[in-house]
Design a protein around this ligand. Structure first.
Ligand code: GTP
Length: 285
């Protein structure tokens, strides 16, 4: 599944961001802590050259803490990019990210410091902005691309912060990345096939988080042998049935994805630095 998902407004936004970035002092690149590589837009790498950039692994309350720690080490050691993990709904943690950035900028006190918040849809940019402002100034939603226009907000301490619309890139490859993004909710649900996303998620859960799976769904009794069995058992237990008592796979898939995204199954990371290193080595050979 190669997702070609690039609505017209994203191209327009990409061009606007290119211009706007030259005017800011630093960038907070908001990533999803559950998928810190898949949620990194390659376009951000290109336009951030020469700017101070902090990778902010947001939603760390939903991610596997062990993997988040490994990701932070990975970015510092391998990519030489500073990184921090936060839960953006907490004001204190949002400020930790902003202050990290501001303290490293060569600061001329006579003028305002301008910080841009960048990231793909649904990573929590507006949430972080609202936490920083201490009030609701940006629209929040659990569907991608809620924020459509760049907005500037003046904070205390002479800091201006720029919220930007979430942008993806034209062709998402490899397939694995597209699945990870879709499972997290970064890609609109209308652009994906729910069943295949649920199969991807079920495989991840069976292989990497069997204990969490068994805790969340005690009716399983034993670890399902494959993805279909897991999805069918969830459907059966949750009453996702068609006429005649046949399991409705679409509804069962939706249930699994909804619970995964909401963190109900537990703290889960969709990818690990080991996966990334493995992929990079495979590409080289
Ligand atoms: P776009 O406007 O599409 O670019 O989205 P955005 O990046 O501005 O994301 P937004 O702030 O709208 O957040 C998306 C969803 O994630 C919302 O349902 C938020 O409540 C949720 N969210 C944001 N930050 C966190 C976090 O740290 N933890 C958890 N659990 N949820 C979060």
């Amino acid at each position: 599944m190669t997702i070609q998902w690039f609505p017209g407004h994203m191209l327009e936004t990409q061009n606007l961001l290119k211009k706007a970035i030259s005017k800011v002092d630093a960038v907070l690149e908001i990533l999803d802590a559950r998928l810190p590589d898949a949620s990194a837009n390659p376009f951000v790498n290109k336009i951030c050259k020469g700017k101070f950039r902090l990778k902010v692994l947001n939603k760390d309350d939903l991610a596997d803490p062990e993997q988040t720690k490994l990701w932070l080490d990975y970015f510092e050691a391998k990519e030489k990019t500073p990184a921090i993990s936060i839960c953006g709904t907490h004001k204190f943690q949002a400020y930790e990210a902003l202050n990290y950035c501001v303290n490293r900028i060569d600061r001329n006190r006579a003028r305002k410091i301008k910080v841009m918040v960048l990231g793909i849809p649904n990573t929590g940019k507006s949430t972080i902005l609202n936490s920083l402002a201490g009030k609701k100034i940006a629209k929040i939603g659990n569907v991608p691309a809620i924020t459509r226009h760049q907005q500037r907000t003046s904070l205390k301490n002479n800091i201006d912060i720029y919220d930007t619309p979430g942008i993806l890139w034209p062709v998402i490859e490899p397939e694995q990345k597209a699945y990870i993004l879709a499972a997290s909710g970064a890609i609109s649900d209308t652009a994906i096939d729910y069943n295949s996303i649920a199969f991807f998620a079920a495989n991840l859960l069976i292989k990497r988080y069997p204990e969490l799976l068994m805790q969340r769904y005690p009716f399983l009794e034993t670890l399902p042998k494959n993805e279909l069995i897991l999805i069918e058992k969830i459907g059966s237990a949750r009453g996702c049935l068609k006429k005649g008592g046949i399991i409705n796979l679409q509804k069962s898939s939706e249930t699994l994805i909804r619970e995964l995204r909401a963190g109900k199954i537990g703290k889960i990371s969709f990818e690990t630095p080991k996966d990334l290193e493995y992929d990079n080595n495979t590409k080289k050979n």
